[in-house]
Design a protein around this ligand. Structure first.
Ligand code: GDP
Ligand code: MG
Length: 326
C-alpha cells in the first residue's frame, strides 16, 4: 500500500466514524438494541421468520431439514430499536462432525443473547428434542419468548391444544401464535422482542442487514437451488464454495462455484444425465441471484468429490464450520 492510499483510507474511516456519531446522536433516548437467539428444531421456520422480519432474504430456506449450517445474523434497524437476530442451525441428533458443530452453534448462541426466541411448530406436539431445547433455555436468565409457527396448517382447536402443551415446557415471558409464511402475528413478535431488549446503541450501521459476505451468501443461494432438486442423502453431503466473483465491464456479474459431494455416485446425481440436473440447478440459482442482487449474473458451476468432508476437520475448517475457540 502506498502512503497516499493509507491516508485516503484513514480519511474514510474518520468520515464513517463522524457519520456514525451523528446517527448515534439522533437516536431516541430509550433506543433499544440487542441479540435475539432464534433456536428450535430444524424445519420449524426459523429462517423464514427472520427473512420475513428483516423484509429481505438473508438466510436460505428449504423443506429439507438442516438447511442452515452456520450462525447468520439478520439485522433489523428501526428508529427506536435495532434487533439482531441470530439464525441458528436447528438442533438435531448429530450423525457426524458437521452435525455436532451445528448443534454447538445453535446452543452456544443462547448464553450470549439478550432475548431467546424458541420457535416450534403447531403441526406437531412437543417431543423429546423440544424438551431438551427447553431445558437448555431454562438456564438462560434473560427474557424467553415462545413462538408457535405454522398455525396455518392446523384447526383452531389443535392450535389451542398445542399452545397449552408448549407452554408447559418452561416459563415464558411471552407466547405467540404465528404463521411466518402468511405473515400472521409476525409484527407482534417484533413488538414482544423489542419490549424485552435492553436500552442500547446501534451496533451495526443502518442499511446493513446481515454479517455474511457476498460470496458466502452466493454459495448459500446455489446450495438452496441444489437442495430444491436433490433427493435423499445428497443434500447433506453437499457443500458449495464460490471460486470467483467478479464484476465484468459489461455490468454483468461473473460467478464461478464448485459443488462438493462425498462420493462419485453423488457427483453423478448432481450432474445428471447429459448434465441436465446441473443445468437446472444452475439456472434456478442464477435466476435467484439475479433477483436478489438486481444484476445480470453469469454462473458457472463445477462438481467435485471430497470424501467424508463432513468428518474432516480440515475441510470443515476451510469452509468455516468450526466452533469458536473458547
Ligand atoms: P428452519 O430450518 O427452521 O430455518 O426452517 P425454514 O425457514 O428453512 O423452513 C422450513 C420449511 O417450513 C420451509 O418449507 C418453509 O416454507 C416452511 N414454513 C416456514 N414457516 C411456515 C409457516 O408459517 N407455515 C407453513 N405452512 N410453512 C412454513
Ligand atoms: Mg434455517
Amino acid at each position: 500500500m502506498t502512503q497516499s492510499d493509507s491516508d485516503a483510507l484513514d480519511l474514510n474511516a474518520l468520515f464513517e466514524e463522524l457519520q456514525s456519531q451523528q446517527a448515534e446522536a439522533a437516536l431516541p433516548e430509550d433506543h433499544r438494541s440487542g441479540f435475539v437467539a432464534v433456536v428450535g428444531q430444524p424445519n420449524v421456520g426459523k429462517s423464514t421468520l427472520i427473512n420475513r422480519l428483516i423484509g429481505q432474504k438473508i438466510a436460505i430456506i428449504s423443506p429439507k431439514p438442516q438447511t442452515t449450517r452456520r450462525r447468520i445474523l439478520g439485522i433489523l434497524t428501526r428508529e427506536d430499536a435495532q434487533v439482531i437476530f441470530v439464525d441458528t442451525p436447528g438442533v438435531h441428533e448429530p450423525l457426524h462432525r458437521l452435525g455436532e458443530y451445528m448443534n454447538e452453534m445453535a446452543l452456544t448462541a443462547i448464553p450470549d443473547a439478550d432475548v431467546v426466541l424458541f420457535l416450534v411448530q403447531a403441526g406437531t406436539a412437543p417431543d423429546d428434542l423440544d424438551r431438551q431445547i427447553a431445558s437448555k433455555i431454562a438456564h438462560f436468565e434473560g427474557p424467553k419468548v415462545l413462538v408457535i409457527n405454522k398455525i396455518d396448517v392446523v384447526e383452531q382447536d389443535v392450535a389451542s391444544a398445542r399452545y397449552t402443551a408448549y407452554q408447559a415446557l418452561g416459563k415464558w415471558d411471552e407466547m405467540l401464535l404465528i404463521s411466518a409464511t402468511e405473515g400472521h402475528g409476525v409484527e407482534g413478535v417484533l413488538d414482544a422482542l423489542i419490549k424485552h431488549l435492553p436500552q442500547g446503541p446501534r451496533y451495526y450501521p443502518e442499511g446493513q442487514v446481515t454479517d455474511q459476505h457476498e460470496r458466502d451468501f452466493g454459495a448459500e443461494v446455489i446450495r438452496e437451488a441444489a437442495l430444491g432438486y436433490l433427493e435423499q442423502e445428497v443434500p447433506h453431503a453437499l457443500n458449495v464454495e464460490v471460486d470467483e466473483w467478479k464484476e465484468r465491464e459489461n455490468g454483468m456479474l461473473y460467478i464461478s462455484a464448485t459443488l462438493y459431494v462425498e462420493r462419485d455416485s453423488q457427483k453423478g446425481i448432481v450432474i445428471g444425465e447429459g448434465g441436465k440436473m446441473l443445468k437446472r440447478i444452475s439456472s434456478q440459482a442464477r435466476r435467484e441471484l439475479e433477483r436478489i442482487l438486481e444484476q445480470k449474473v453469469y454462473l458457472e458451476l463445477w462438481v467435485k468429490v471430497r470424501e467424508k468432508w463432513r468428518s474432516s476437520e480440515n475441510w470443515l475448517g476451510r469452509w468455516g464450520y468450526k466452533p469458536p475457540k473458547e
